[in-house]
Design a protein around this ligand. Structure first.
Ligand SMILES: [Fe+2]
Length: 272
């Protein structure tokens, strides 16, 4: 972690919230089959915090300004634990909106105790908005910044998880990819068209595992910060997801578009 973000009272708050989150999340582990789901989300959460910290640093935020995005990164998926315990799925459309559930449970568990009221509102807002398909057009600037950083951090780490998951010959846990159907070459043309049009796709359109990969590729168009684009490039995650798709001529055209658009974003250009 950067020294300037590790200094001061802010870091004590992050540590306290982190400890509270771990106590809450580890309470779901009980040595049974579903421990994998909770472990996956604990691991994801801690990595999203790391990515959020790196983005805050890359974007030049002060330790104070970084606090809301970092606390929201720690708490964004609190709802995944009760969601999986009750419904045995991570599919919101078959259960509940897990961001709403995160807000309800983090309040119930008092996971923001000791956090000043203004900061608490920012964290709750960013948690609530982390999985919205699009952010509302008007948001207070501090909330907008926190929400954007959490969304970027979450996406970058979901890419890591999906690359690991889709690289397994027989995924033991189809829940990880929201139970999308396996097929080596099938994908839904509308999902591809959406990415080619640089539009944000929708989880509800996913039928095949390749649709999920296409949706993830399309996240290039939903990254908010230059630092997230740089991390995406440095980690090679975009290439890795593209490699997992069938290499037909449509996908090759997509690869060309994505490579050109990522290069533009890295130069600081806005995309069309
Ligand atoms: Fe989430």
């Amino acid at each position: 972690m950067s020294p300037n973000l590790a200094e001061g009272l802010g870091e004590d708050l992050v540590e306290a919230v982190r400890a509270g989150f771990l106590r809450f999340a580890q309470g779901y582990l009980h040595g049974a089959d579903d421990d994998f789901a909770y472990t996956l989300k604990i691991d994801h959460t801690l990595k999203v915090l790391d990515v959020a910290t790196a983005i805050c640093q890359g974007e030049g935020l002060t330790a104070d300004m970084a606090l809301a995005p970092r606390l929201a990164a720690l708490l964004h998926d609190v709802g995944r634990f009760p969601q999986y315990r009750e419904y045995r799925t991570f599919r919101d459309r078959d259960s509940v909106n897990h961001a709403k559930l995160s807000v309800r449970h983090l309040l119930r568990e008092k996971l923001l105790e000791g956090v000043p009221a203004h900061m608490r509102r920012l964290v709750l807002g960013a948690v609530y908005l982390h999985n919205a398909r699009l952010l509302p057009a008007t948001l207070p600037p501090e909330l907008l910044q926190a929400a954007k950083i959490v969304r970027d951090s979450d996406k970058l780490d979901i890419m890591r998880i999906m690359i690991e998951h889709f690289s397994l010959p027989h995924a033991a846990h189809p829940e990880v990819s929201l139970d999308a159907k396996h097929h080596p070459t099938n994908y839904t043309p509308e999902v591809l068209a959406c990415v080619m049009a640089r539009e944000v796709s929708d989880y509800r359109r996913i039928v095949w595992v390749n649709d999920f990969k296409l949706l993830i590729v399309g996240w290039l168009y939903d990254l908010n910060t230059a630092t997230a684009c740089r991390l995406l490039n440095d980690t090679g995650r975009m290439e890795a997801v593209l490699d997992l798709l069938p290499q037909d001529e449509n996908i090759l055209a997509l690869r060309e578009q994505i490579a050109a658009d990522l290069a533009k974003r890295l130069k600081g250009d806005y995309l069309a």
